[in-house]
Design a protein around this ligand. Structure first.
Ligand SMILES: Nc1nc2c(c(=O)[nH]1)N[C@@H](CN(C=O)c1ccc(C(=O)N[C@@H](CCC(=O)O)C(=O)O)cc1)CN2
Ligand SMILES: [Mg+2]
Length: 303
């Protein structure tokens, strides 16, 4: 796919990247792999998910994680802790799960309530069980291009890009947003794919001008509809990681991304919608990481 193509016609419409369908295919494959893993080792991968507090969006995400873990043939262990949980109590639970042979993956849902140090908590998870890939050991491994566990949302973005574009060597990828959860790890993954990677952040002088140079534009800022149609190079591939719940004039809510979709779709070559783009890939990749973690723990070499 050549994303530096000729000017577009006035009725141009980008191809929609269907993350929902891609995630369903991935989950189907994972379920088969889990069964084969069980046949080889007599072990069922187990995932422990910890939620502290009552954030409504987080409650939905962890419930969906449990449902999809069961559907994939794995065991799900939910730990719903009150908002008042102390950091010490949380660290004690992680220590118990680190030492529990039935648990192959542990994740702590983010954000955590104020007063709990997310970095200390994430680093307390044994690196082999860190299925979010957010601990310093896995982050360092990713930066050094060594085998490890890759954060779920960036992995999902990478799988969508590979599926759409195949070989990305030499493409200019611009990542807007430099969080530890998405922007930084995704920049590392794209570098490893052979892209020339630029990262834009709050201090970047002219983000629009940089974005206009992108063959691949990834936006993960949490700033709704930041990227306008005139920020996009005609034919570029757009990955929109943002999800904001916005009020509509009739009092309902709808999900919007970090990209002004109606404008972008007239310029881009390919684009992920919100919802139904990157989001569904996150949980599918969590299942993949849990199986990878279980494989490593029984001594299978990573593929
Ligand atoms: N420990 C972690 N915390 C958080 C992560 C994470 O990967 N690890 N990511 C997000 C939340 N998240 C999973 O935890 C997540 C976000 C969105 C979706 C999703 O499927 N989105 C749908 C829309 C869903 C809706 O209606 O709200 C979509 O985009 O189509 C899944 C998982 C922050 N915390
Ligand atoms: Mg989406």
């Amino acid at each position: 796919m050549n994303s530096t193509s000729s000017p577009l016609t006035s009725d141009h419409q980008a191809i929609l990247i269907n993350g929902k369908a891609h995630a369903a295919t991935l989950r189907h494959r994972i379920r088969e792999d889990v069964l084969a893993f069980h046949d080889r080792h007599g072990v069922t991968p187990g995932l422990a998910v910890i939620l502290v507090g009552n954030d409504p969006a987080s409650e939905v995400y962890v419930r969906n994680k449990a449902i999809q873990t069961h559907h994939a043939g794995m065991r799900s262990f939910m730990h719903m802790l009150p908002e008042t949980t102390s950091e010490t109590e949380l660290l004690d639970l992680i220590e118990r799960l680190n030492n529990d042979a039935a648990i192959h993956g542990i994740l702590v849902q983010l954000p955590l309530p104020a007063g709990i140090d997310a970095r200390r908590v994430t680093n307390a998870i044994q690196p082999e069980k860190d299925v979010d890939g957010l601990g310093e050991v896995n982050a360092g491994r990713l930066a050094m291009n060594l085998p490890g566990i890759v954060p779920c949302t960036p992995l999902g973005c990478l799988l969508l890009l590979r599926d759409q574009l195949g070989d990305m060597k030499g493409q200019h990828a611009v990542v807007i947003g430099c969080s530890n959860l998405v922007g930084k790890p995704l920049a590392m993954l794209l570098l490893a794919e052979g892209c020339t990677v630029s990262i834009a952040h709050i201090h970047t002088r002219d983000t629009a001008a940089l974005a206009r140079q992108a063959d691949i534009l990834v936006v993960a800022t949490g700033c709704r509809e930041l990227v306008r149609g005139d920020w996009i190079k005609p034919g570029a591939t757009i990955i929109d990681v943002g999800i904001t719940r916005a009020q509509t004039p009739d009092g309902k809510t709808r999900l919007v991304g970090d990209v002004a979709f109606d404008e972008a779709v007239q310029v881009a070559g390919r684009i992920t919608p919100v919802p139904g783009g990157v989001g569904p890939m996150t949980i599918a990749c969590l299942l993949e990481n849990t199986l990878t973690a279980a494989r490593m723990q029984v001594g299978e070499t990573p593929s």
